[in-house]
Write a protein that binds this ligand. Sequence first.
Ligand code: BDR
Ligand code: CA
Length: 317
Amino acid sequence: MKRTPLIIDTDAGIDDALAILLAMASPEVDIVAITISSGNCSAAQGIRNVRGILQLIGSGNIPVVKGVEVPLVQPPVFAPETHGETGLGYAKLPEVSIHSNQKHSVDLIIEQAFRYQGEVMIVTLGPLTNLALAIRREPAIIDKVKKVIIMGGAIQHGGNTTPQAEFNIYCDPHAAHIVFHSGMPIILVPLDVTYQIILTQNHVQRLLQVDSPVTRFVSDSTRYYMEYHKKYQQIDGCVINDPLALALTFKPDLVNTRKLFVDVDLSSGVSMGKTFADFYNFLKQKANMSVALNVKSRVFIDLFLDRIVKLATRNLQ
Ligand code: BDR
Ligand code: CA
């Protein structure tokens, strides 16, 4: 099987971690870089989180590189109440060493786009700061990326950070604006579909039938995430946004999409960071992305659990 070269850009929170595990469990993709943005936690903490996860599954050789520490214009926003102080809930990972002379995410995105000419996919699981700066620095990458799958936005769904805005876009709306209008082929995975993807305690119990570092990590990290969802959103379980976006790199038929013109509100008022789609073409603009509006939730959850069990079992041998 030809594997798709994949760059994962992440703000290293709990559902990001689940997405990375899903990627490691998926033979269809070959992770060629993990680039770190700030968001759920600081970019400095994010690099520790991702290295720790890779170490847990014995895949320490994937390049994980530091990214832009702050959004383009807005002050940084973190999410400790959702993802915990480290970004990974109650999970404890081994300390990892970080080299200071490593590459930068913006450079690595450009390098891999040139290396895998038209083949590479990018999945973004956090604010879009790194990708926006890569586009500004080297606009030629726009035609060299096969697809960008963006977890972000809320089209016909309420926000999860303000009444109108979703976290990843709210954190860096100016970066989102650059990426949305870049001409890159985009699939947007907004809260409209991710709020149909709920991981429950029963699902976690199913995973724990394999006693392994991977399943214990999933259990410890999501316990915190579930407490947050219960307390603030009255949801039993937790919304795992990022793994759905990741799964679309190899199974796009999990969602139905519609081609739409989508923009983001950059004003500094109550709707800053709101993503909106021009369903009736008032603005006479060409569609700039495909937006996921329906999802086969059961199919996704089964796929996710099966693959994590396989990864956990493999990890025991
Ligand atoms: C997004 O924000 C973060 O909390 C999650 O990791 C996800 O990427 C959902 O709004
Ligand atoms: Ca994320």
